[in-house]
Ligand binder design. Structure first.
Ligand code: IVH
Length: 671
């Protein structure tokens, strides 16, 4: 049945009004109505749509969240590659870039645009006839993941462009980020629920975008700043500055601090100002992007395979602060490694309160001569985990204490060991409660068995209550047992059991990684899983058999074989299998068995024209090859780009086949 025309008109009017308020709120930062009044408009629209479902369109503001969770992300090939930026860490590098730009453009007058480099995750948004059709992550620059349903949940991304005559096709690029306060809140919440903290705002943004369930993304207050157009048909833009204005008018948020500079001195001034002022921003920023404004000049300058020549990222120096080192505590990791951590008097560093920092290991503390009670310089480089840079010995009172690594594990009291040549002290007791907990935590983690909702706190509770003592016990938990735990409700217990049950269907690669064998990270696990048909086969493999796998060195091979020689480890694997865990063979993630490079071991050297090194390596892996660093007799191909040096010589000496870039391209089907 057709909706009455007054309903149709009202729906249209409401959508226009809502879009305009959205724009005023998110882009202009100048809301014209209260939140309550806005909610009333949304409610009225929702009511009308409920009564007349035929009026619902995908770009209605009520339809942002609603897509069901998906099983995996599809791959999207970007119309034009999403390049990265060349970096400058010092003014001298900036000056050198300016000289190159000036020389390349001759005497032409050059204007620049300065923008803050937002610390988040890059995305591409494609609009066809004004409607958002695809949103994707950057991925490797050539192809990303289709995260459209997730991006649609971000209120500041327009579902429809505001222009009356939208271009036939436009790809807008920008950075998704989590505002600082939301980042801190998310971390506090993760800590409380026993999950690991996000190391930096970029991880937080990328992690939120890569959720299979858009509902989860919708729950995170993500934001976007757009900074460019990747591809457009039917818009006539002459400068970057004009592009930013066009984007703003079309309904996008652009960095309000962007500035057009007509001299390079203004650029220098901008950098100085923002180096000081960046802590006042409500989002992470790790530098300033300087861009040549004129698009014709940009085209003239062109790009290398990795980055445009018309833009440069000037990185801020790592921000530091001074505070007191109150104590040094010891964390015991999964492999028994004892890691010292600094307990600091809380201090703000680049806008974030820091109260703990890593100290790496005993030797590092001695080398830096850090003492308990010292005033120390703390640094957050690139917004990662803070570290103690150095003490200020001139501020010592004489009461500071030297740090001594305890002779016994602080958790289980077993005497610690430090092997020759290793910087790390270890608790050698595999039953140490700290190690048991960390192993369990690792077992269930995302890249391992991916047992959702079973975090550190819950595992610690289960251990303490004696419900489990190793990963296999997880599969025998009952609802009654879970309900006996503090603050465990009926529904949560069911969710936990479901998540554990679901994890039974897994891949050999994940299973291997989950076992926590030393030196077997997720990549090595992939490589092994691609070579061994089953866990049983790997368990019974000899050192030579493991060592023969391309990409596996002697250290890994020893570690794998020793792991499976231990009766306790064999027993654990058998119990897991008996509990119904079914690791499916193969390693879909990196290896493509049967590809044109199946079984080949490749080394890359020199600079390639068509790809960045990482991209070429990804192609090689996708074709079934294994990429290694050094040329040995086992190397199948050395792919040699321009200015190849010692590796090329070595390959020739060893008789390893050398491929040109073109030959490699043909082999992987990219010619
Ligand atoms: S322009 C062709 N502008 O930095 C290069 N990038 O290292 C296009 N980024 O992947 C990038 N803020 O994710 C540009 N104002 C800004 C940016 C910005 C953050 C990120 C972007 C890019 C990375 C390059």
């Amino acid at each position: 049945m057709r909706a009455p025309s007054d309903a149709r008109r009202r729906v249209k009017k409401l959508r226009e009004e809502i879009a305009e308020h959205n724009y005023r709120y998110h882009v202009l930062d100048a809301p014209a109505i209260s939140d309550a009044a806005y909610d009333r408009l949304i409610r009225e629209l929702r009511d009308l749509e409920e009564r007349h479902p035929e009026l619902i369109t995908p770009d209605s503001p009520t339809q942002r969240v609603g897509a069901p969770p998906s099983a995996a992300f599809a791959t999207v090939r970007h119309r034009a590659p999403m390049l990265s930026l060349a970096n400058a860490f010092e003014e001298a590098e900036l000056d050198a870039w300016e000289r190159r730009v000036r020389t390349a453009l001759g005497e032409a007058s050059i204007h620049y645009v300065c923008e803050l480099k937002i610390d988040g995750a890059a995305v591409s948004l494609v609009y066809k006839d004004g409607r958002l059709v695809t949103g994707a992550t950057r991925g490797d620059g050539e192809q990303g993941e289709d995260v459209t349903p997730n991006l649609r949940t971000i209120p500041s991304i327009p579902l429809r462009l505001r222009t009356t005559r939208p271009p036939a096709l436009i790809e807008v690029r920008g950075e998704i980020y989590l505002p600082r306060a939301a980042f801190d809140a998310a971390n506090a919440q993760r800590e409380a629920s026993g999950e690991p903290r996000f190391a930096n705002p970029r991880n937080a943004a990328a992690g939120s975008l890569r959720q299979l369930d858009p509902q989860i993304t919708a729950g995170r207050p993500l934001q976007i700043f757009v900074y460019g157009v990747g591809f457009a048909e039917g818009v006539d833009l002459r400068t970057h500055w004009e592009t930013l204005r066009w984007l703003r008018e079309a309904g996008f948020r652009t960095d309000p601090h962007a500035a057009r500079c007509s001299t390079f001195n203004e650029v220098r001034e901008y950098l100085r100002t923002w180096t000081e002022r960046r802590a006042t921003l409500d989002h992470g920023t790790d530098g300033v992007v300087v861009k040549v404004d004129d698009l014709a000049q940009q085209a003239e300058l062109g790009a290398t395979t990795a980055a445009p020549r018309w833009a440069l990222a000037y990185k801020f120096p790592a921000e530091q602060a001074i505070t007191r080192l109150l104590d040094i505590t010891i964390n015991v990791g999964r492999t028994g490694a004892l890691t010292p951590a600094a307990v600091l008097e809380p201090v703000r560093v680049s806008g974030v309160t820091v109260s703990s920092a890593t100290l790496h290991n005993e030797d590092e503390i001695a080398r830096k001569d850090i003492r308990i009670g010292d005033w120390v310089i703390v640094q957050r480089a690139g917004e990662v985990i803070p570290e103690v840079v150095a003490p200020l010995p001139e501020r010592r009172s004489g009461e500071e204490r030297l740090f001594v690594m305890p002779g016994r594990c602080p958790v289980c009291q077993t005497p610690v060991e430090r092997r020759d040549g290793e910087a790390v002290a270890r608790c050698p007791n595999p039953s140490c409660p700290a190690q048991v907990l960390e192993r369990l935590y690792h077992f269930g983690s995302r890249d391992a068995m991916s047992i959702e909702g079973v975090g550190g706190r819950l595992l610690a509770q289960m251990l303490e209550a004696g419900l489990i003592s190793d990963p296999a016990d997880l599969y025998h938990l009952t609802k009654e047992q879970l309900l006996s735990l503090d603050r465990m409700a009926d529904r949560s217990a069911e969710n936990v059991l479901d998540a554990i049950a679901r994890s039974r269907e897994t891949t050999l690669a994940r299973f291997l990684f989950a076992l926590g064998i030393r030196h077997v990270g997720s990549h090595v696990a992939d490589v092994l899983a691609a070579r061994f048909p089953s866990i049983e086969a790997l368990m019974d493999a000899s050192f030579e058999e493991v060592r023969e796998v391309p990409g596996i060195g002697p250290t890994i091979a020893v570690s794998v074989v020793e792991f499976f020689e231990q009766p306790a480890n064999r027993h654990l694997v058998l119990r897991l299998l008996a509990a119904g865990v079914r690791p499916a063979p193969g390693a879909a993630r990196v290896q493509a068995p049967g590809g044109p490079l199946d079984g080949a071991q490749l080394v890359f050297t020199g600079t390639l024209d068509r790809w960045k090194r990482g991209e070429a390596e990804a192609l090689a892996r996708a074709a079934g090859g294994v990429v290694t660093e050094g040329v040995t007799k086992k190397t199948t191909y050395l792919v040699a780009g321009a200015s190849s040096g010692s590796k090329l010589e070595r390959a020739r000496r060893l008789g390893v086949k050398v491929l040109t870039e073109g030959e490699f391209a043909r082999l992987v089907g990219e010619a």
